[in-house]
Design a protein around this ligand. Structure first.
Ligand code: DHE
Length: 581
């Protein structure tokens, strides 16, 4: 439930009273958002994913001022809230991408007022949950009353809970002492099977599925250990799975729940610490945990609750977004969404943990290294900025203004024919692709500035990719509302960007029949001569992986298998291990 409160105030002022009418709300809906800050449909699609907290038992107190609700009504409201609203408004309704919905605000608005906005939405981006048919009249009324109650609090998750969830399936002593299979491990892909809670390990050479491994709920990303032997996978339910690629048939060797909801995991990559530690960051509780790299035993938990950057206000649930391992120091770069802070967590002595806090901008989300791996560039998506941190000196190197809602994935690095090394990001909220100069030594004029802006197919871009051996730059648009755009991909020649992109109909090439067929996340094979795309349809429909020859840009293979349920991200072992993008 995305809201802009100023829009509500404007509506109240316009109506000259507290309870506005349906007609007024409709008129308000029809006006364009004057701030330009409203939420795009693409972003809504992206943010309004279900939270696993919908199923979690929570503490609830009774607010005597709030309208009455029966227990079953409250439970239904909670379920709806965590499935549709929490992604934008936060677990405690303190506000994130969406505005706060705490009782001090909602009680003032009252049930009738809230019903109008839930029903009709607003120009600032609140979806029209009622008129779109997503919620019925009874549910709209229920949600209007629900958001006036004290937000229920999910439980905390400390060492005791982590240890109770921790399983070492194959202890290190019983694991192989050498590689026991004939796979070319460096060219294995781990493909997220989002809705079946699994990953498919696919042999990049033969394109055959090696194993389907059970992981967490709505599994999100895969990352590699420094040696490339272990694969780590994290689900939205914060379950971390550790897979040993040396086994005859690679499979889980350890698992743990790092919290109740999460998106990020990584491992120590600095020399002397290869495979020593893993780290997982959680959305709830707001914290990160450092674990043993061979067993996932939880060692050190650090909270992220604290003050925001800029206005310096306390935030009770700053979620951990992307995490990467530094190559320059024994450090993890932990990006905290709501506080807008980048934490350089030094793991040399975890008993006396040293954390450098770098103020950046709100709300930090995803990002990647520049080609030298000294600078980490991360999207501050609600500020329309990219923050650049210098991992060598542990300081902010730049804060670059970009277009609306940057979403780089890990971004794409290449050498621009005129402007030197650049890192590129696309945007969720616009069709622009920006190139940021990343070489302060040889190209100081260009460093940490947008040096060129390309126009892509449309908004709804999530991922962008190239490879050091390629001159192609691939840009997906899976969240664009136009199926023609969401089912295809744009490819640029980085040697001649002015020529504009060529559009390839990847969804059509998959030859699947009915389905959303959203084309997601270009990912290279180890050699850098193939690009893989997920063609993502619903759980009960066929999906596929399409492999394109990078040189000819022609279809090379389609991987189809009934077990490939809702593939989204895919991660090539070598490229992920070495941060090649
Ligand atoms: Fe993601 C990366 C969070 C929705 C596919 N996603 C990330 C990262 C974060 C994040 C913090 C960076 C992890 C890192 O680098 O350590 N994603 C979120 C959300 O909060 C959000 C908006 C809503 C949600 O409910 O989860 C969200 N993400 C999605 C999707 O809808 C996608 C397209 C499909 C899916 O799996 O649900 C999706 N996210 C991905 C992928 C990556 C990712 C494939 C890894 C990109 C990479 O190149 O590393």
């Amino acid at each position: 439930m995305q809201r802009e409160w100023f829009g509500w105030s404007a509506a109240i002022a316009a109506a000259g009273m507290v309870a506005i009418t349906v007609g007024q709300a409709r008129a308000e809906e029809a006006k364009p958002d004057p701030s330009g800050k409203g939420v795009t449909q693409e972003e809504l699609k992206y943010q309004a994913g279900g939270s696993p907290l919908a199923e979690v038992e929570m503490y609830q107190d009774i607010n005597p001022k709030a309208p009455s609700m029966t227990k079953p009504e409250f439970e239904e409201g909670r379920q709806i809230y965590f499935e549709r609203c929490a992604g934008c408004h936060g677990v405690l309704r303190k506000g994130a991408t969406g505005k706060p919905l705490t009782p001090d605000i909602t009680l003032q608005r009252g049930t009738d007022f809230l019903k109008v906005f839930i029903n009709y939405g607003s120009p600032a981006g609140m979806p029209n949950w009622g008129t779109s048919g997503e919620l019925n009249e009874r549910q709209v009324d229920l949600m209007a009353r629900y958001v006036q109650q004290t937000p229920p609090t999910p439980p905390e998750w400390g060492l005791k809970e982590m240890k109770a969830s921790w399983k070492v399936i194959v202890p290190p002593a019983q694991r192989p002492t050498r590689k026991m299979n004939s796979y070319n491990i460096e060219n294995i892909f781990s493909t997220t099977l989002r809705d079946s809670g699994e990953v498919a390990l696919i042999d990049g050479d033969t394109k055959k599925i090696i194993n389907i491994v059970k992981t967490g709920y709505a599994v999100h990303i895969s990352r590699l250990s420094g040696s490339g032997r272990y694969l780590f996978v994290i689900g939205r339910d914060a379950k971390v799975n550790m897979i040993d690629l040396w086994m005859e048939k690679p499979d889980n060797v350890a698992e743990i729940r790092a919290g109740l909801e999460a998106r990020s995991v990584d491992t120590s990559k600095y020399k002397g610490f290869i495979d020593k530690y893993a780290i997982a960051g959680t959305y709830w509780p707001p914290q990160y945990v450092i674990m043993r790299g061979d067993t996932l035993e939880p060692l050190k938990i650090m909270a992220t609750r604290g003050m925001t950057v800029g206005d310096q206000e306390y935030h009770p649930e700053p979620r951990v977004a992307s995490i990467v391992a530094s190559h320059f120091k024994p450090e993890f770069v932990v990006n905290v969404k709501e506080t807008g802070k980048i934490l350089m967590v030094n793991y040399q002595d975890i008993e006396n943990l040293h954390v450098t806090e770098i103020g950046a901008a709100k709300f930090l989300h995803d990002g990647g290294w520049d080609a030298s791996k000294r600078y980490f560039l991360v999207a501050a998506n609600q500020s329309n900025k990219v923050a650049v941190v210098d991992a060598k000196v542990g300081k902010l190197a730049g804060l670059v203004d970009v277009d609306r809602i940057p979403h780089p994935g890990r971004g794409a690095n290449f050498v621009h024919p005129k402007l030197g090394p650049v890192w590129a990001t696309g945007h969720l909220g616009s069709d622009k692709i920006v190139l940021i100069g990343t070489d302060p030594k040889k190209h100081p004029q260009q460093a940490w500035k947008v040096v060129q802006t390309l126009t892509g197919q449309g908004g709804g871009n999530l991922f962008i990719k190239t490879h050091p051996k390629s001159s192609n730059l691939w840009v997906d648009t899976p969240l664009n509302p136009d199926p023609k755009i969401s089912q295809s991909v744009a490819v640029y020649d980085v040697r001649n960007l002015d020529k504009g992109p060529v559009v390839l109909p990847i969804g059509e090439w998959a030859d699947l029949g009915e389905g959303a067929k959203r084309v997601v996340q270009p990912e290279y094979n180890k050699a850098g001569d193939e690009v893989w795309f997920a063609v993502w349809s619903a759980k009960n429909q066929a999906s596929a992986i399409v492999v394109v020859d990078d040189r000819t840009r022609q279809l090379k293979a389609v991987i189809k298998d009934a077990r490939l349920i809702t593939p989204t991200g895919h991660f090539n072992v070598y490229n992920t291990q070495h941060d090649v993008y």
